[in-house]
Write a protein that binds this ligand. Structure first.
Ligand code: ZN
Length: 107
């Protein structure tokens, strides 16, 4: 489906953007984790896990791969929950307006 494809492209772009911007550690900060494959510093283990899964998919171990898949699944679940909440909010808003509209007509 077309919508699904667009969603996939968007999420890939987001991952790349985050890799370039937020993963970087400021020079006055001591990195909490360092990539074992390219020595790139990271502020948290989660970022390092993402980086290893994205940048070294062939070099990383099975457990690192699993950790990356888990983090990614978490993120996709969070995104799904957000979409459900947004849909419910829109529905409730629509319902409320219909209700008010009906009240105005009855009254
Ligand atoms: Zn690396």
């Amino acid at each position: 489906m077309k919508t699904e494809q667009v969603g996939e492209i968007e999420s890939t772009a987001t991952v790349e953007q985050v890799t370039d911007v937020e993963y970087d550690v400021p020079s006055d900060e001591t990195p909490a984790y360092t990539c074992p494959y390219c020595d790139r510093p990271f502020r948290s283990e989660r970022y390092a896990t993402f980086h290893v899964g994205n940048a070294h998919p062939e070099a990383c171990t099975e457990s690192e791969r699993e950790a990356f898949d888990e983090e990614r699944d978490d993120e996709q679940f969070e995104l799904f929950t957000f979409h459900v909440k947004a849909a419910v909010s829109v529905f409730l808003l629509y319902f409320m307006f219909t209700f008010i509209y009906a009240l105005v007509w009855v009254g």
